[in-house]
Design a protein around this ligand. Structure first.
Ligand SMILES: Cc1ncc(COP(=O)(O)O)c(C=O)c1O
Length: 494
């Protein structure tokens, strides 16, 4: 399908002229957005490639975008320095060590974390940070791993470590349709820590599926009841202030590319020093020990703090770019970024709810909160045909791509939110696991469940970030509106 194949005559409410009127109304309704004009200047200066190349980027929860100045600063550093492997005392090695340690301090400062209380372990990504916790947490028989349904698979995967150590694994379900948790149920379960053992509670500050933001107050509540807390901030940190002087989780995994696009190979585990000291690493590697011997009875001393967790050589050339990224976000202002994306999300949710076929049938079903209360700028949804049947999401992603819109479809590595959103039962899922000889893919699972039940566990997602503006969300709505009165069966011919 080409741009001209989409029935533009149907997009009566999304014309360029209507856009000016909609923008004026939006600015009047959203003074926080209207006042943050410096972000428009940042978009024009640092992200001009978006408009120059005709991109509407709506996958910020998948990955953030880098500002041009981040890349220039990094390139300038690299061409004007000679940097060697940090594990030594020669001048080029010391120069790298200084840059790495400066970046570590910048990370703590950005999140208002007291260096006496928190340490930063650099990893390849958020999943790498989560694996460090999973493989090293003192899970044992009688201990507990408690987690919410809406965790990313890299948090779900920790259950394998918990189970193999004999700890019990308990999931707290989200409810349909808002995909939130019942706070009373969470409190009740937090009361049940086993005081004789170690107990870990894991939840996302923001779901990467529904955008739901859970109360950060659970951190203190869980601590009081004897839990360590893993607060997954991978989807939260790019557009929300994380203040570790006010909220004090034990473990915070992050991927920096989600915050500012570049570099892509660096994440962090920000950990309370006390909690980090409780972790027992299952192995040692170059760089993580003070001393090891090949003689004797397996002698080695693990280095204290972050050193004991950074296996081998850190990305010492990439790490300075993390500092530049954080400084860039700081210069724009995380609160301005937050206010802008909340305003855009409010407009988008209203526009989605209002979008209807000629007979009044809704064109959008939102999975998760339909307003901006305690939610971030990630919106999961279906586009529906006049009979209420969802359009094929793979096809939709491709059609959006043809008009320059990057959105995401699938389950977003968040099976819990997806299963509840689409009313998938344990029996439905069993079809994809029990008795299967070879691994079933997500696409095969989708087809198995659709054929057996008519349910379609595949979702569309748009997510906003630092560089998003009104024109982006408007162009997405103009695209969606073009399917007004189009039957789902007709999509494959478009
Ligand atoms: C909430 C959340 N946690 C963890 C991750 C894993 O991040 P990465 O793939 O960078 O390791 C993601 C990625 O989308 C996420 O959204």
């Amino acid at each position: 399908m080409t741009r001209s194949d989409i029935p533009t005559d149907r997009a009566t409410t999304y014309t360029p002229k209507a856009r000016d009127t909609a923008l004026a109304a939006f600015l009047a309704e959203q003074p926080a957005y209207a006042h943050a004009t410096h972000v428009d200047e940042v978009r024009a200066r640092e992200f001009s490639r978006l408009d120059r190349l005709g991109h509407v980027y709506l996958d910020f929860t998948g990955g953030g975008l880098y500002a041009e100045s981040q890349i220039r600063r990094h390139a300038e550093l690299l061409v004007s320095s000679v940097l060697g492997n940090p594990h030594s005392h020669n001048p080029t090695s010391l120069a790298s060590t200084e840059l790495v340690e400066h970046t570590r301090a910048t990370v703590l400062e950005f999140f208002s974390a007291d260096p006496a209380e928190y340490d930063v372990v650099f990893t390849a990504n958020a999943s790498g940070a989560l694996k460090l916790v999973g493989e090293s947490y003192p899970f044992c028989s009688g201990g507990r791993y408690l987690l919410t349904y809406d965790n990313h698979n890299s948090v779900n995967g920790i259950r394998e470590f918990a189970r193999s150590a004999g700890a019990s694994v308990t999931y707290l379900p989200v409810g349909d349709p808002e995909l939130r948790l019942d706070c009373a149920m969470v409190s009740e379960e937090l009361e049940r820590a086993n005081p004789a053992h170690d107990n870990l509670f894991a939840y996302p500050a923001q779901s990467n599926f529904s955008g739901v933001q859970h109360p950060v107050e659970w951190v203190a509540e869980a601590h009081e009841r004897g839990w360590h807390v893993l607060l997954d901030c991978a989807a939260f940190a790019p557009t929300n202030r994380l203040d570790l002087s006010a909220v004090k989780p034990d473990f915070v995994p992050l991927s920096f590319y989600k915050m500012f696009g570049y570099p892509t190979g660096v994440g962090a585990l920000i950990a309370r020093r006390e909690a980090l000291a409780k972790l027992h690493r299952p192995w040692f590697a170059g760089g993580t020990i003070t001393l090891a011997s090949v003689q004797g009875d397996g002698w080695h001393h693990l280095a204290p703090g972050h050193v004991g967790f950074e296996d081998g050589t850190v990305d010492y050339l990439g790490l300075p770019a993390v500092g530049y990224g954080l400084e860039f976000i700081g210069s724009v202002g995380i609160d301005s970024i937050h206010d802008r994306v909340v305003a855009l999300t409010a407009w988008l949710l209203d526009a989605m709810r209002a979008l209807a076929h000629s007979d009044g049938a809704p064109m959008v079903r939102i999975f998760g909160p339909a307003d901006t209360l305690d939610r971030g700028a990630t919106v999961a949804f279906y586009l529906l045909d006049p009979t209420g049947r969802p359009y094929d999401v793979d096809r939709m992603e491709r059609l959006a791509g043809r008009v320059g819109i990057s959105l995401r479809t699938g389950c977003f590595c968040n099976p819990g939110d997806g299963e509840v959103a689409h009313h998938i039962t344990p029996d439905d899922m069993a079809e994809c696991f029990v008795g299967q000889q070879s691994p079933v893919t997500f696409t095969e699972c989708h087809d198995i469940i659709r054929d057996a039940t008519g349910k379609m566990p595949n979702t569309m997602r748009v997510s906003l970030g630092l560089a998003s503006n009104f024109a982006d969300v408007y162009r997405f709505m103009a695209f969606a509106a073009r399917f007004r009165d189009v039957p789902a069966g007709a999509l494959s011919r478009m």
